[in-house]
Design a protein around this ligand. Structure first.
Ligand code: ZN
Length: 103
């Protein structure tokens, strides 16, 4: 059986750590924006992989019980959920504390 080779590092996929490196290089910004009528929206910015972002979005919506969308490469959630979002990113998605910048 011929194993698939990673185009980036040239190693077989089973040995390749490109995806891990890419993920560890991600810097996620977590902040709140005020919209019309004083509504607060939590923004999660910096998830480079769209598929991943959609997965994270649906998990956050389910766990937080709020509405949300993914647009312009940012996750937007209704309400201020910064602390819980951070917790979920760390616990459920394996991000490291220093990757998630809360402001
Ligand atoms: Zn690779």
């Amino acid at each position: 059986m011929v194993e698939e080779i990673c185009p980036k590092c040239g190693l077989p996929k089973s040995l390749c750590v490109c995806e891990v490196i890419e993920r560890e290089a991600e810097r996620i910004k977590l902040f709140v924006e005020k919209r019309t009528f004083g509504k607060l929206v939590t923004i999660v910015d910096g998830i480079s992989d769209e598929e991943k972002a959609e997965e994270i979005l649906s998990r956050l919506k389910k766990k937080l019980g709020c509405g949300g969308t993914f647009k312009n490469n940012r996750i937007e959630l209704q309400g201020d959920h910064r602390k819980r979002v951070r917790e979920i990113l760390l616990k459920d998605f394996g991000y490291k504390e220093e990757q998630v910048e809360l402001s």
